[in-house]
Design a protein around this ligand. Structure first.
Ligand SMILES: [Zn+2]
Length: 167
């Protein structure tokens, strides 16, 4: 998929619910963040279909290469990205990675389709509630921008700095 065919991720992928649980919950014995998303047009656009998306994401967050995911060994998530996986699942991994980068030891995450088509529930572990909530919002932004970069390319006006922008 070429960049001009990709819809604007900032308009398509939206949070519908975001909160932190305390103590044992429906999903895990550990406290988790729950984020529900509507993925809009990105319900049908996988990581494998967008030119440059995986590179943009993994360059920004190299630690993603270490994620096991359902494959169960290092590099598992990268394999999933190459086979094609979708925005909510990618956001789950980014939220865990962002927390890992600041030294929080978190590993549990799940993404499931909701009752309504195109809606997803993401849950992931946190050590600190506020950090977890911030990681959720930031993860959404990172994934939106990785898709947007592939859509809009890098800003020529910023030259060598290669700063990405949205319009
Ligand atoms: Zn995974």
């Amino acid at each position: 998929m070429k960049r001009e065919q990709i819809p604007n991720p900032a308009e398509e992928i939206r949070i519908t619910t975001l909160h932190a649980t305390r103590g044992i919950n429906f999903w895990s014995r550990r406290p988790v963040i729950r984020m529900d998303l509507a993925s809009g047009a990105f319900d049908e656009i996988s990581s494998a279909e967008v030119d440059g998306f995986i590179d943009a994401l993994v360059t920004a967050l190299p630690g993603l290469k270490d994620h096991h995911c359902s494959i169960g060994s290092r590099g598992g998530f990268l394999i999933r990205l190459r086979r094609g996986t979708y925005a909510p699942h990618i956001i789950e991994h980014v939220a865990l990675e962002l927390q890992g980068m600041i030294g929080h030891e978190v590993g549990y995450g799940r993404t499931r389709g909701g009752d309504t088509e195109g809606e997803y529930t993401i849950v992931f572990e946190h050590e600190h509630e506020q950090v977890g909530l911030r990681a959720a919002a930031l993860a959404l932004e990172v994934v939106q921008r990785a898709f947007a970069n592939t859509r809009y390319g890098r800003c020529r006006d910023h030259g060598a700095r290669g700063v990405a922008h949205d319009d």
